[in-house]
Design a protein around this ligand. Sequence first.
Ligand SMILES: C[S@@+](CC[C@H](N)C(=O)[O-])C[C@H]1O[C@@H](n2cnc3c(N)ncnc32)[C@H](O)[C@@H]1O
Length: 242
Amino acid sequence: MADHLKAAFCRCAEDLPEDVLVLSAGSEGLTLSYDSLSMKGDLSDMLPRVRKENLNRELLVKAAGLNRLANQEKALFAVDATAGMGEDALLLAASGCFVKLYEKDPVIAALLKDSLKRAAKIPELQEIVSRMELTEGDSLEGLSSLQGKPYVILLDPMFPERRKSALVGKKFQLLHYLERPCEEEEALLNAAIQAGPERIVIKRPLKGPYLGGIKPSFTMEGKAIRYDCLLQPQRVSGMKER
Ligand SMILES: C[S@@+](CC[C@H](N)C(=O)[O-])C[C@H]1O[C@@H](n2cnc3c(N)ncnc32)[C@H](O)[C@@H]1O
């Protein structure tokens, strides 16, 4: 694993140099740590949000239109092109979607894989997680070789403002050592449009610019973020620059 992560391997905690990010494997899963901060992926935190009585109130579920699409015979196909720690993807899967997740950072992908493995042992999450399939890699490539057209593609690229935001939970602070601001936003959006989904949902900072300068069909605002939604993105013409 160390080779894959291009990291140095250390068998003993005492041998670790100071001032480095450490990924350690223990009986309770993978932990990322630096100084006094440590985190592991833990989708059990999401349990209250995926419960039936709460799920349809989630802004993402509404932005994806999933609150109005209950009781589908076949699971809708969703793609989370910027998976991170998989929380948004979990909401999509809890709403009945089969979700293909792409995460290109190998350390974040390893933490997410481990988190999904542990979530699969939690009875209330087991079925939901069984509809989530993680691929470690760049979604720019993944989106061009999908089997079938997705119903929804979620894009949540890292934006610089969020690095400084007090709204970023403590547990995610460490990830910011790994996440890079997305330099390929426009390419990502184009790849999502080319994949031919019914809609693209883009998570943005409340006051941030439109991704790629493309005006969405509609926007849903929360307290700290908003979702820009593009309906039938391939057919929409005359999208205006902001
Ligand atoms: C802001 S986080 C996403 C958080 C996620 N929505 C969640 O619920 O945890 C953005 C993530 O997208 C990943 N990413 C950015 N560009 C990507 C790409 N082209 N392919 C795959 N992953 C990408 C980054 O490594 C980072 O982990």
